[in-house]
Design a protein around this ligand. Structure first.
Ligand SMILES: Cc1cc2nc3c(=O)[nH]c(=O)nc-3n(C[C@H](O)[C@H](O)[C@H](O)COP(=O)(O)OP(=O)(O)OC[C@H]3O[C@@H](n4cnc5c(N)ncnc54)[C@H](O)[C@@H]3O)c2cc1C
Length: 380
């Protein structure tokens, strides 16, 4: 693989890294306690172009390549998964549908405001009875005249309670044909839409997840994304394109944990010397560094394949699976390395440990990634 990060990409990473380390990191405890991101941090993120990275330049974004977006997500992962979640659900699954499938008029209506962060986007696929089994979803859309009427309940939707635009996947058949779905752009003030429960979570605080309720929710026909019946392929494409970004945030989180852990191993003394002098601690750090490096290359490979139009679902799944499982090990080791101090509330390693847990669940659990990889192996 011929691969180099350009000077421009390095500068981009550096500007995002300093924003995260200097502006977001000092406010993390406040974000944890309030479960909200301070508006001024969101404005600064907007000014830095973080909300517009996946939106084409023609609509006010920066239209970054998939690899460049991956590098940005790697840097935002340094802060954990709370603030990063707000950028991620908007620029990942929230934007993918409209950017890839939107008509000119849909793009003109929504993308310029999405690019600045004035309008934030979410994507609603999961339901109480249909998580891993996306095809089991019950939310349905019936067409009457020039409107679709959506009925159903979506759950655990990142940023769903604050989003100005929600990409909703709903069943368009009456059950006789398999996997007939449509994709709809829903605004929160459409009649028949309401926010249900807002969930408390063990980690990734700052960007709450919500239940979204559709009761004869009226969606104008011009808000159908793509053709009716294209929803299954669209949902899979949205997830496929967004998964390298989850992997990238995991890599960023691993890198930050490695920095914290090596500093600790140099400073903390036991038995008269730094604990980093003990072979057991060095082995722990070596394992953390090695899986992080492997995760980084799998992630870059998936992103480059996406840019070249040749990313297979299994390549993307391998990156998401490996990077999230690597983060679990790295976060666990980071706590272990600090002994009792690692278990005290307010210590960043404990927050990363809680945050990390979600990455093996959302955008397809580790088991589902393994199913995708295994299915491809059996086909070969
Ligand atoms: C913080 C957070 C943010 C989220 N954000 C969003 C969002 O923005 N939009 C959205 O649509 N959804 C979102 N989700 C939902 C998330 O994608 C689902 O929770 C996830 O896909 C798993 O579905 P489930 O919770 O129903 O678990 P289930 O599907 O019930 O799975 C339970 C367990 O069974 C395993 N399992 C299921 N089927 C199989 C199988 N065939 N083989 C082997 N094992 C299997 C799973 O891997 C898992 O371990 C979010 C969830 C959380 C917690």
């Amino acid at each position: 693989m011929d691969f180099q990060i350009s000077t421009e990409q390095k500068d981009l990473m550096e500007s995002v890294r300093s924003f995260i380390d200097e502006r977001v990191e000092p406010r993390i405890n406040e974000i944890e306690e309030t479960n909200a991101i301070p508006p001024e941090i969101l404005s600064e993120a907007g000014a830095l172009g973080l909300f517009g990275m996946s939106i084409p330049e023609a609509y006010g974004g920066s239209g970054l390549s998939r690899l460049s977006r991956t590098l940005v997500h790697q840097m935002i992962g340094r802060s954990g998964f709370g603030f990063a979640g707000a950028i991620a659900s908007h620029t990942g699954i929230g934007s993918e549908g409209i950017v890839e499938l939107g008509t000119e008029s849909q793009k003109e209506r929504y993308l310029p405001r999405m690019a600045t962060g004035e309008l934030t986007a979410a994507c609603a696929i999961t339901e109480h009875e249909a998580g891993s089994d996306v095809g089991g979803m019950r939310t349905n859309a019936r067409k009457k005249g020039d409107r679709y009427y959506l009925n159903g309940v979506k759950c655990y939707i990142s940023g769903g309670s604050k989003a100005g635009l929600i990409t909703v996947i709903a069943r368009t058949n009456s059950g006789e044909a398999d996997k007939q779905f449509g994709v709809f752009l829903v605004e929160p003030d459409f009649p028949g839409f309401r926010i249900g429960e807002i969930y408390e979570t063990m980690g990734a605080r700052g960007h709450p997840i919500a239940e979204l309720v559709f009761e004869d929710c009226e969606v104008p026909e011009e808000n159908l994304l793509g053709a009716e019946g294209d929803g299954w392929i669209a949902a899979m494409q949205i997830l496929n394109n967004a998964r390298p970004l989850v992997a990238a945030r995991c890599v960023g989180a691993c890198e930050r944990l490695l920095e914290i852990s090596t500093d600790w191993a140099r400073d903390r003394k036991q038995f008269g010397k730094p604990i980093g002098d003990f072979q057991a601690i060095r082995f722990m750090l070596s394992d953390m560094a090695t899986c992080t490096e492997a995760a980084r290359w799998l992630t870059y490979k998936a992103a480059i394949d996406c840019d070249n139009g040749g990313a297979t679902p299994e390549t993307v799944s391998m990156a998401k699976l490996y990077a999230s499982e690597c983060l679990a090990v790295v976060a666990d080791n980071a706590v272990q390395l600090q002994g009792g101090a690692g278990y005290i509330s307010g210590n960043p390693v404990g927050r990363f440990y809680r945050d990390a847990r979600i990455t093996r669940i959302y955008e397809g659990t580790s088991e589902i990634q393994r199913l995708i990889i295994g299915r491809a192996l059996m086909r070969q």
